[in-house]
Design a protein around this ligand. Sequence first.
Ligand code: COS
Length: 382
Amino acid sequence: MSDFINTIHESEMAAEIRKLARKFSQTELALHIEQDEHDEKFRPELIARLGSLGLTGVPVAEEFGGGALGYQEYIAVIEELAAVNAGYAISVAVTGLAQNAIQTYGSEAQKKKYIPRLAMGNGIGAFGLSEASSGSDAASLRTQAVKKGKNYIINGTKLWISQADIAEVIILMARTGGPGGKGVSAFIVEKSMKGFGLGKREKKMGLHTSHTMELVLEDLEVPEENLLGKEGDGFKVAIQALDSGRITIGATALGVARAALEVAIKQSKTREQFGQKISSFQGISFMLADMATSLEASRLLVQRAAWLKDQKAPFSLASAMAKLFSTDMAMKVTTDAVQVLGGSGYTQEFPVERYMREAKVLQIVEGTNQIQRMIIGRELTQ
Ligand code: COS
């Protein structure tokens, strides 16, 4: 098949980075994935290895251990990881959310203390926003932070927090003021801080290498110097980090869909029915054509959002569109890949059923696709 990557105008640097990430993904990462998905096992050492290749802090400034490149290069890494396993793409993307929040709102001391380990793959980051009663309505969160002497004392429960079990740094949103977004503050929490606790681990439909945790915070003591930004900045810290994060979720969708399409094309050229390869039937080839076309359209949207961010131009609308379109595309493409493979597609003999399960969560995380439509609709009509 043709390589869809060649159809876009990627910078030389992005192409180099992609090559490196692809080699790592298809060799070192691929080696473990089928078994680890089954065992629900994540290997932080693979993130450290990715770090040693310079692929964990691609858009982070050099002085903080990053690659000083842009999102156009960063999304190439995410896509290549996702084409092998979405769990590792999400891991890098979520650590990226934490890096992004600290880089944008942190003091120099916070940046120096926390970013380098994350950027170099020596530490993993997490993002603690959602709660049982505040998912889409993030500004209604209930976790409370009360200032006592030189500490904030935080109490509450966070839900659906990716890789909180292995993260050493968590960007945590808690309420320091009145209701609504203006009453929320952001904190840099270390898992070693007194009062930090893990609750249940979710049993999920897919994305098994990436653990999804509950956080139970009982009189968690966070030093005042770990307030990120000012009191009341927390909602904006979260929303701005998510604006960037949504580009990486879009890139994850590209990787998952591409992998599914590749399997579907290969199998359609192997499987014979009625005395011919099923690829020769228009019913199959039209499906493949639609899958490839929608993947290509998504790629352009994700690329454009990344480019706008790299230009320091407004990109919230573009990232919402990229996330919405590409994750809906991934759901459709992976579902169609299962259909092309027929009965085999529904079994674990082929990875397309896994890709379909991975695609589903991308329509939900970092703002459901209904929230993306709301953001786009507001932008069009306000
Ligand atoms: N960048 C910067 N500031 C933003 C912003 C953005 N993209 N979007 C909103 N804001 C600001 C607004 O300007 C407003 O500021 P002022 O109070 O100073 O006017 C403030 O944030 C509140 O904005 P808004 O009134 O739009 O907030 P809403 O409560 O209506 O919520 C949505 C907005 C729905 C977009 C937000 O809650 C959201 O993104 N929800 C999904 C959360 C999510 O992604 N969860 C997943 C968690 S990680 S898996």
